[in-house]
Ligand binder design. Structure first.
Ligand code: IPM
Ligand code: MG
Length: 359
């Protein structure tokens, strides 16, 4: 029997309830495919701050390193917003950095049954299937110097956007290879008309592109790209971009699909992999059983696809999510006018878990 060890970091807010639904799905997968799947929970974010006064305890790092993959929920909340020494977000960023998961894959695809759930016109979004490849452990998120200090009698805040050639090159290779398995179209999004760091991205990507000359490479400035993404999202296949731009564009892309509650992600490095929904902890709706668990469940599917290379299981999970949607089941975020079957987070988790057993 194959054994898989998964470190589970539910985090805060709706991170907890959506991850619980993924654990139900995991139970079904275990039974149906006769696998030995071990899960071990660890604290991160606000709940870790409450329990051990740090957002990323050593035990969590060790647990993630010794697992085959990490399933992450979400972190943060007003309770921990103004701490001086630490923050939930810091815990997540440190975890990504420690695990060296430099590429963040954020697929945005529109389920046929949800074409009406987006605020955009059906003809614009129907059939959208794109992937944002976001650099995850460098850029302005991590660049030094950074801080807030007094200069000439007033406070100044500053951050540094920073990339090395090798950081750009390793993610560019990843994106080219991914594009090769898809529509062979890669769009690099940057701000090369203003930023030196973007100029370096273009130089490095341009050099690497020569090794992949069957891939159609284009470049867009991020302001234009954010417009084109709404205007004609079907123009895009793989979008390669830096940490900050990828953060912004992936939230935008989620609205093409109907809800941010639908978008999974995989963060991958040479040694470790972490899977998480792209949404946050949504403290405003936490604990009300109205969150959409699908982004977390689809993140689990990505884990089976990428880390465990269990394509059949990944497909089963994705198909079951899709089937539930086709039956008209909706969480609150995607319940457009007239939909009758609006279910809570728990009920949707139960339903998908049952579907997997019956699949
Ligand atoms: C995301 C989130 C995080 C990020 C926050 C919570 C630090 O927005 O995963 O997109 O900015 O990367
Ligand atoms: Mg984000």
């Amino acid at each position: 029997m194959k054994t898989y060890n998964i470190a589970v970091l539910k985090g805060d807010g709706i991170g907890i309830e959506v991850t619980n639904q993924s654990l139900k799905v995991l139970d079904s997968v275990r039974k149906k495919f006769n696998l030995d799947i071990q899960t071990q929970e660890y604290l991160v974010g606000g709940s870790a701050l409450d329990n051990c006064n740090q957002s990323l305890p050593e035990a969590t790092i060790e647990g993630c390193k010794s697992a085959d993959a990490v399933l992450f929920g979400a972190i943060g909340g007003p309770k921990w917003d103004n701490l001086k020494h630490d923050s939930p977000e810091k815990g997540l960023l440190e975890l990504r950095k420690t695990l060296q998961v430099f590429v963040n894959i954020r697929p945005a695809f529109v389920f046929d049954s949800l074409v009406m759930a987006s605020t955009l016109k059906p003809e614009v979004i129907s059939g959208v299937d794109l992937v944002v490849v976001r650099e995850l452990i460098s850029g302005i998120y991590f660049g030094e110097p950074r801080g807030i200090e007094i200069r000439d009698g007033e406070k100044v805040g500053f951050n540094t956007m920073f990339y090395t050639e090798s950081e750009i090159s390793r993610i560019a290779h990843y994106a080219f290879k991914l594009a090769n398995t898809r529509q062979k179209k890669l769009c690099v999004v940057d701000k090369a008309n203003v930023l030196e760091v973007s100029k370096l991205w273009r130089e490095v990507v341009g050099r690497i592109a020569k090794q992949y000359n069957h891939i159609d490479v284009s470049y867009q400035y991020v302001d234009n790209a954010s417009m084109q993404l709404i205007r004609n999202p079907k123009d895009f296949d793989v979008i390669l971009t830096s940490n900050l731009f990828g953060d912004i564009l992936s939230d935008e892309a989620s609205q093409l699909t109907g809800s941010i509650g639908l978008l999974p992600s995989a963060s991958i490095g040479d040694k470790y992999a972490l899977y998480e929904p792209i949404h946050g902890s949504a403290p405003d709706i936490a604990g009300q059983d109205i969150a959409n668990p699908m982004a977390s469940i689809l993140s689990l599917a990505m884990m089976f696809e990428n880390t465990f290379e269990e394509q059949c299981i990944a497909k089963t999970i994705k198909d079951c999510v899709s089937n539930v949607l086709e039956e008209g089941v909706r969480s609150k975020d995607i319940a457009q006018f007239g939909v009758k079957k609006v279910l809570g987070c728990n009920a949707i988790g139960d339903l998908i878990a049952t579907k997997i057993l019956e699949y």
